[in-house]
Design a protein around this ligand. Structure first.
Ligand code: SAM
Length: 210
């Protein structure tokens, strides 16, 4: 299934065209059964992870949020080709859209996998994970719902760790300030496969909504 879509590496989520939240679609017309447990993938890229998960777990729903429209279209074209009705990709700026997208307590699991690092200090405000996003996730997750995070960039991973550790409704399963070595079995993402090929270390975290 994997096909590499060549695109500009990053888009700037703060630019004017990404400031309007994407309205929620009619979930009932997208998913066969909207009552199934929902997993969110934030920054779903080409969607290989979710497309694989959706086939492996037909009794769960999956939603990928992605700011690069061609990747969203690609994911949804594969969804249609495979006849999957438990996965969908939504074009949006997560930081603008997520707060109004779903009812509170709707999400069972959220994944944040290899978010864009934005290394330069002046670009750090473009980072996906900030205090508002952590707070939004705390509201969307069911009690005991999980946030799974992976990054191959230590600075990004540490920044994410600090923000979840600082939130009173998240429990770091590895202990405050620690990365986990008990990350669940999963389908590797595009970036994860790349990191494995380059033998880069991957920093992983599992937070539980308490
Ligand atoms: C480095 S890629 C990782 C993709 C995939 N998760 C993986 O592991 O292969 C990060 C993805 O997050 C998306 N992204 C970054 N900021 C975003 C935002 N504010 N809203 C939606 N998507 C965003 C990017 O367009 C990109 O596809």
């Amino acid at each position: 299934m994997a096909r590499l879509i060549r695109l500009r590496e990053h888009v700037n989520p703060l630019s004017i065209q990404f400031r309007t939240p994407t309205p929620p679609p009619d979930w009932h017309s997208i998913y066969r059964d909207w009552q199934l447990p929902l997993s969110l993938d934030l920054g779903s890229g080409q969607g290989e992870y979710l497309l694989g998960m959706a086939q492996q777990y037909p009794d769960r729903n999956f939603l990928g949020l992605e700011i690069r429209q061609p990747l969203v279209e690609y994911g949804n074209s594969i969804r249609s080709a495979l006849g999957l009705n438990n996965v969908y990709f939504l074009f949006c700026n997560i930081n603008q859209t997520l707060p109004g997208l779903l009812p509170q307590g709707k999400v069972s699991e959220a994944t944040i996998q290899f978010p864009d690092p934005w290394f330069k200090r002046r670009q750090q405000k473009r980072r996906l994970v900030n205090a508002e996003l952590v707070n939004t996730l705390a509201q969307l997750l069911v009690p005991q719902g999980k946030v799974l995070v992976q990054s191959d960039v230590l600075d990004t991973a540490k920044s994410i760790l600090k923000q979840f550790d600082a939130h009173p409704q998240f429990h770091n399963t590895a202990g405050v300030g620690a990365f986990t070595d008990r990350y669940p079995e999963h389908i590797p993402t595009e970036r994860e496969l790349w990191a494995m090929r380059k033998e880069r270390p991957v920093y992983r975290m599992v937070f539980v909504r308490v």
